[in-house]
Design a protein around this ligand. Structure first.
Ligand code: TMP
Length: 208
């Protein structure tokens, strides 16, 4: 596919959002069409599934299935068509979040998630991001940033131990897919974090 697919990952409070928008402006300034999206979400159906996943009590496997159902719709309706048009797709979270949150945080079997990943992302070759920017920071720092930010959803209101397990899930995914990942130290001033983002994107030749 002609486009570029970049995902943004990290525990809640890691501070991805401003960098996603800034990177979108950089690509647009170089004349690239950019599709900005998020998971769970990105289509009407996936946004409805997101609302259930973030608000309704359910068991961890149901969470994983809803996340992958939303992903399938998002991939077929938005991501794959945009990549085929040659666009840059910037996605706030993707499959690594399911491994981190449902696998690491909730304890869903890793092999089961890998099977779901293959089913859901193989409409042709396995669709994976070309680059995943993992905003890594200590859970205590992230918890401090989240304090009073807004009414917390089901995940944001979890204790720090949950986010420690989520971080371990991200670390495992990073080790398993090392070439695709760039770990960004998110426990720095925003401008330094941005330097890390730009460096990772430039090193792969996606921006000049
Ligand atoms: P966010 O868009 O504010 O990051 O919120 C999405 C929340 O959903 C976040 O807490 C992570 C969680 N999540 C999962 O639990 N599983 C998933 O597969 C994805 C994509 C997100």
């Amino acid at each position: 596919m002609a486009g570029i697919f970049i995902s943004f990952e990290g525990i809640d409070g890691a501070g991805k959002s401003t960098h996603i928008e800034r990177l979108a402006r950089c690509f647009a300034a170089q004349g690239r069409a950019v599709t900005l999206s998020r998971e769970p979400g990105g289509t009407d159906l996936a946004e409805r599934l997101r609302s259930m996943l973030l608000n309704d009590p359910m068991d961890p496997i149901t969470e994983a299935l809803l996340a992958f159902a939303a992903r399938r719709d998002h991939l077929t309706q938005v991501i794959v068509p945009a990549l085929q048009r040659g666009e840059v797709v910037l996605c706030d979270r993707f499959t690594d979040a399911t491994f981190a949150y449902q696998g690491g945080g909730r304890g869903v079997d890793w092999d089961m998630l890998q099977t779901l990943e293959r089913w859901v992302q193989s409409a042709g070759p396995l669709v994976q991001p070309d680059l995943t920017l993992w905003f890594d920071l200590p859970t205590s720092v992230a918890a401090g940033r989240l304090l009073g930010a807004r009414v917390p959803d089901k995940f944001e209101s979890q204790p720090e131990a949950f986010f420690d397990a989520v971080s371990q899930g991200y670390a495992r995914r990073c080790a398993e897919g090392a070439g695709r990942f760039a770990r960004i130290d998110a426990d720095q001033a925003a401008d330094r974090v941005w330097d890390g983002v730009l460096d990772a994107v430039r090193r792969r030749g996606f921006l000049t």
